[in-house]
Write a protein that binds this ligand. Structure first.
Ligand code: NDP
Length: 240
């Protein structure tokens, strides 16, 4: 049995591709989701990957869910904090609810996911923490003050964790995808999507598998000196 890897939001989109890639690489994978039972059941049936349902925004649920995963599969050695949402609106129309929902899921959710796993990684002197941030955390984005704040914050989390974990054999890194053809992006109106694609020098959206390969690289035992780094995978969509 390979190392145990936990992928939050691992049943759909980018997370699904990450779960499948890690399984193909020999990890024992646990994939979490929020509430889409049908998608999770289909995913689990097709892949044989065990799924777990909890809300990453809730600390006690995360802690209990993680304890269950470890009881079922063993200590988590690779954690991929991938679950994320958007609630877009121009700032003057953004409601406090839209702000808090995104902060609670994308930023506090990352804390809630890593924090219960961290002490075990320190004790065992090995860990791989990977956070899925975003190009929009690097450059900001119209109508995404909430989302960009969380994704920039995620970069601060990994840079700080990298310093705290380095002596304990733990690495913490981020992947910043550009626009990837998942439901999150396909939900954007077609006209807006076309204009987004027009801004990508590669002339296309990325594939979830392209992000999964970045994660697999960072998760591997051989990537131990890569710590506090960010891999940008965005089709040359530079942001300065
Ligand atoms: P999807 O909307 O396709 O999938 C999101 C996944 O996260 C689902 O499994 C969903 O569960 C889960 N999830 C959402 N909220 C919660 C929650 N509160 N608790 C637990 N699980 C939750 O998203 P993507 O695959 O597009 O995005 C994955 C990550 O990549 C996100 O962090 C996103 O910000 C980031 N990203 C995406 C980009 C893109 O172009 N798609 C670009 C840059 C970054 P359920 O199925 O139950 O709803």
């Amino acid at each position: 049995m390979g190392r145990v890897a936990l992928v939050t939001g691992g049943s759909r989109g980018i997370g699904e591709a990450i779960s499948k890639k890690l399984k193909a690489d020999g990890y024992t994978v646990a994939a979490t989701y929020a509430g889409n039972d049908d998608a999770a059941a289909k995913f689990s049936e097709a892949t044989g990957i065990k799924t777990y349902k909890w809300n990453v925004a809730d600390y006690e649920s995360s802690k209990a869910g993680i304890a269950q995963v470890e009881a079922d599969l063993g200590p988590i050695e690779v954690v991929v904090a991938n679950a994320g949402i958007t609630r877009d609106a121009p700032f003057h129309k953004m409601t406090p609810e839209q702000w808090h929902e995104v902060i609670d899921t994308n930023l506090t959710g990352v804390f809630n996911t890593i924090h219960p796993i961290w002490p075990g990684m320190r004790e065992r002197k090995f860990g791989r923490v990977i956070v899925i941030s975003s190009i929009n955390g690097q450059k900001g984005q119209f109508a995404q003050v909430n989302y960009a704040a969380t994704k920039s914050g995620d970069l601060g989390i990994v840079k700080s964790l990298a310093q705290e974990g380095a002596r304990a054999g733990i690495t913490a890194n981020a992947v910043c995808p550009g626009y990837i053809g998942t439901e999150m992006v396909m939900a954007v109106p077609e006209k807006v999507r076309e204009s987004i694609i027009g801004q990508i020098p590669a002339g296309r959206l990325g594939e979830p598998e392209e992000i999964a390969r970045c994660v697999a690289f960072l998760a591997s035992d051989e990537s131990g000196f890569i710590n506090g780094s960010t891999i940008s995978a965005n089709g040359a969509q530079f942001f300065v």
